[in-house]
Design a protein around this ligand. Sequence first.
Ligand code: PLP
Length: 447
Amino acid sequence: MTLLNGNERAARSPALHHDSFSYESGQLFIEGMSVNEIADAIPTPFYCYSAATISNAYRLLADKLGSSRTSICFAVKANSNVSVLRLLSDLGCGMDIVSGGELERALAAGTQPSKLVFSGVGKTRAEISRALAVGIHQINVESPAELDAIRDIARSLGRRAPIVFRVNPDVDAKTHAKISTGKKGDKFGIALEEIPELYAKAEASPELDVAGLAVHIGSQLLDLSPYRAAYERLADLVKTLRSRSHQVRRLDLGGGLGISYDFGAGPDVGEYAKIIEETVSSIDCELTVEPGRWLVGPAGLLVTEVLYLKNTGNMATAIVDAAMNDLMRPSLYSAVHPVLPLQNIDGGDSSTYQLVGPVCETSDVFGSYEGLPKLREGARLAFGCAGAYGASMASTYNSRDLIAEVLVDGAQFRVIRRRQTIGDLLALEADAPWQSSNTYADAATAL
Ligand code: PLP
């Protein structure tokens, strides 16, 4: 997998996403920075994001959605680094959060509560209280039981809770089964036919400000037709509710816009905007979308180094220092991320390698890659399109620390999350008092 040169890129991908990655004299660059230079300063593995790619994506989407006056709330789950959130927030982007932790991150990034929407099937009472206390713009209600909880909490706080109902439209998003959320039987949302009764009940509660409806049918949608089906159902439901004299002034259209994981163009955002225009913009509601992956996915690299080479069966295998705990998507969804050598010598020998991580799981495999340069121990590679659901899904499995995140802006870079140490991890744990006393004094200096 190699990046296209400038002319090829322009011919193949009129979109924006990958203009920030290029090879210059055989060296991979992210914006104006050689990735090798960053890797000389920061131990691999680490994540590295292009600020320009994120800003350009936001501006393009805002521009395409401009005519329908749709506001954008970034799905924080895709990349929850506070510096990334601040970058988007400073551009005017709101945030879609799914936990109290994400709420604090969005606030820490300077996002106004009036630009926050709170999704998710299992909000705790503490999370709901905090969201109401800070003056959140909207809570997306996912069940009748949650509606009761929000009403009770609002009453006890003496506040009105701004809510919309998340509808399950029973539409097949035609994506991976594990990231499909809008089919009957999925755990998300409330069945269409249950909404009118709940809407009436909520409107009768003075503690609730019932603003409208929300829908989110899944993630990584490459075929846009399910959006049309879902939004048409939503528009029909608005008509039904209005015919019963209910006020519907807001529609949250969810996220899910997919990206191409091979540096291709991906779905056409203009087409997405057109679907919104044609299905819901005439019904006179404020509109919101909640993209995550599309805004940040193409902007990120996971930079890694080859530890060892070995043959497994007939396959040349490179064991790299990044693993499934750093980037879970390959083992969780069988996702394949493109691989870019940090140094690419034109015309050199190439070979096929299976790339695997060090974690003790058979599924810790990134994939099999053709056309890589001959690898040696210490060679550096980057997994591309790793800006979404990479760092934010990472775990410390195998007691591997969470790796650093770096933001590049032009010719400068900055560590925006330092790498965890084993000391950080051990500091959270304690022996029980009845266990033998500890003789291990200083975890931090052990590694
Ligand atoms: N909104 C909600 C409610 C979600 O659950 C998700 C992710 O699944 C998103 C938005 C963002 O999805 P994506 O990153 O695919 O745009």
